[in-house]
Ligand binder design. Structure first.
Ligand code: NAD
Length: 357
């Protein structure tokens, strides 16, 4: 099937991307290439040891380390990091970690326009977008700005080897969700569709190999390749129902990011497959079956992904509340979004039932 569309528009950012096992040891040359001398290295508390190694490797180009990155980019943590960046006179940022650390780097760059070098250690894909989600008083908002887009991304399979197996699975499904929704995005283009399909194929091929041997660097590298592709389409085209539901569940019910994506994905895709089965045909071609949502549900089961939102603290009473919040403001989605239909979808996702066809 040709991916040609009669009319389309493509906007892409100028980002330098490098892949390689051990490439984190070349961060100093990237700092120099940016014309910088004082890098602030960022991480979460559990990844502070890797951040320290990286800082030590920077051959005098590290101005400091800030290791308090947290999920959903709380603005008070950003304020503290901004103060630290100012105090050490940082002229660039090195974010080493998953979406939380990348989010902190983006939040600092949004305020200061400092260049960012990102070394991702999950598959979340935030490094490839100009989108920043941040939280203040329990409310999550997103902003898109060219200053937020990281300039350099270094994908090092050695760093993702330590990602625990459960997080490996949920983070991979989080990445795949970007690609699945890109297939029917209103502003999709032939290139975004190609990239989305290739991203899904990379995870279909490599994730089972990673689970067989989490230390398999080649398989880890291929999943990172998938993460780059899936993150790239997230940055290029609009997302719909799936991301809206996860945003609601994360923002209003404090559900964990990757796990929520993993559970909701088959349900949201089954729902939209009713309207756009042809656009989702690549999913069934890659994962098997005749319905894209059920194909993803089977794949998720085969990699032992969690399947019920009830496992993450959402209560039965929360289901109608979440459906109400997620349908409060209208937004574009291929299948019309109604409150009863979303409540039914969330009920199945809450209980761990297979998605309705
Ligand atoms: P995370 O960054 O919060 O990481 C989860 C935990 O895993 C942390 O404790 C972290 O230190 C640890 N960890 C990460 N990589 C590891 C590794 N290789 N080995 C061992 N431990 C490791 O989780 P995430 O799912 O990557 O990111 C979620 C956040 O990213 C959310 O806030 C989400 O909103 C955001 N996000 C933003 C975008 C965007 O484009 N703006 C895209 C995707 C995700």
């Amino acid at each position: 099937m040709s991916l040609f569309q009669a009319s389309f528009e493509v906007q892409s950012a100028a980002v330098r991307v490098r892949f390689g096992e051990g490439i984190r040891r070349q961060i100093s040359s990237e700092v120099e290439r940016l014309g910088c001398k004082r890098a602030l290295v960022l991480s979460t508390p559990p990844q502070a040891d890797v951040a320290m190694e990286v800082a030590a490797d920077l051959n005098g180009l590290a101005a400091g380390i800030f290791t308090k990155a947290a999920m959903h980019t709380p603005v008070d943590v950003t304020a503290e990091a901004l103060e630290h960046a100012g105090a050490v006179e940082a002229d660039c940022l090195v974010a080493l970690g998953g979406g939380s650390t990348v989010g902190l780097g983006k939040a600092i760059a949004y305020k200061t326009d400092l260049p960012q070098i990102v070394v991702p250690t999950t598959y979340a894909g935030s490094e490839a977008t100009a989108i920043l989600g941040q939280t203040e008083n329990g409310v999550k908002t997103t902003v898109t700005d060219p200053k937020i887009q990281p300039e350099v991304i270094l994908y090092d399979a050695e760093l993702v080897r330590t990602l625990p197996v459960a997080m490996t699975v949920t983070s991979a499904l989080n990445a795949m969700a970007h690609a699945a929704e890109a297939l029917y995005a209103q502003n999709r283009n032939p290139m975004s569709t190609m990239v989305a399909i290739e991203g899904l194929k990379a995870f279909a091929a490599a994730l089972p190999r990673v689970l067989d041997n989490p230390g398999d660097l080649n398989a880890r590298g291929e999943t990172l390749y998938g993460a780059w592709l899936c993150g790239t389409v997230l940055g290029q085209v609009g997302m719909a129902l799936h991301h809206k539901l996860c945003h609601t569940l994360g923002g209003s019910f404090d559900l964990p990011h990757a796990e929520t994506h993993a559970v909701v994905l088959p349900h949201a895709i089954a729902f939209n497959a009713r309207a756009v089965p042809d656009l989702l045909a690549p999913v069934t071609k890659i994962f098997g079956g005749s319905n894209a949502g059920q194909a993803l549900f089977s794949f998720a089961k085969s990699v032992d992904a969690p399947s019920a939102l009830s496992e993450f603290g959402l209560t039965q009473d929360d289901v109608p509340k979440a459906a109400e919040i997620a349908t409060r403001k209208p937004y574009w989605n291929p299948q019309p979004v109604t409150r009863p239909a979303i409540e039914e979808l969330l009920q199945a996702a809450w209980a761990g039932d297979p998605p309705a066809a």
